[in-house]
Design a protein around this ligand. Sequence first.
Ligand SMILES: Nc1ncnc2c1ncn2[C@@H]1O[C@H](COP(=O)(O)OP(=O)(O)OP(=O)(O)O)[C@@H](O)[C@H]1O
Ligand SMILES: [Mg+2]
Length: 282
Amino acid sequence: MSAARELARTPATEKAAGDSLRRFTREPYYLPAADEVAIFEHAHANRLAVMLKGPTGCGKTRFVEHMAWRLGRPLMTVACHDDLTASDLVGRFLVTGEATVWQDGPLTRAVRHGAICYLDELVEARQDTTVVIHPLADHRRILPIDKTGELIDAADGFQLVISYNPSYQHALKDLKPSTRQRFISLEFGFLDAAQEARIVAHEGGVDRADAGALVALAHRLRALQDRGLAEVPSTRLLVAAAQLIASGVGRRRASDVAVVTPLCDEPTLLAAMRDLVDATFA
Ligand SMILES: Nc1ncnc2c1ncn2[C@@H]1O[C@H](COP(=O)(O)OP(=O)(O)OP(=O)(O)O)[C@@H](O)[C@H]1O
Ligand SMILES: [Mg+2]
């Protein structure tokens, strides 16, 4: 990007890239699936970068928030998109009145503050972002800022975490092996029925019977993947249905608007899913 175009970008763009460090004073609720909490702690202690792989709505973001709280680190989250450049992460010169001032981007702020930096769906970002990620994700732990000539050593506690949804990827958009091999990887999926019901009850404010029924519905719907359902319902959707039920919406209606309708537009599949709702809440 040309310097002129870059200077013209407003601070609002910075906000869109996400630039605030969050500090957790209360524990974000997270129910582990296996040993991921311990593995992450070991990775943190050994200054290893971590990749979280898994479908949407299965707890990746919540896990990072929980780990930031557990490790007592601030958290910087950046939602990556296909227009996100290295400058969006590192920072840029901004014109404020007469002066031109350097403004750190979210990655630089995380590096200076020893924060956990969570790059959500990094694969979406422009290729030039790998240039700044690589030296931070390996033993060097440095961030070179070409535009200012600075070379920053990451503060203690800094840790790079990226997420990756394998089902969205196709041949043209994949992480390069040289990127992948800088991260240890934790796989996320949906928890077993009893555990998922605990989450739905906790997060959605419903009793175990309703939570169990929503999870049973999810299992029936997830089985439709073989019949062409591209995205299966996530724990997030079950929590949304539970919240509607807890606030007085009928069980079938809540399941329809929160779980079934978001999933697809195809009339035959929608009808098949609504039959499963009726069977679940008969
Ligand atoms: N293991 C878990 N413990 C506690 N809550 C969970 C867990 N898994 C899922 N949830 C619930 O599901 C919701 C969605 O999870 P989260 O936002 O972490 O998904 P995600 O994997 O980051 O999805 P995306 O890829 O779309 O960003 C959370 O807000 C939380 O209510
Ligand atoms: Mg997330």
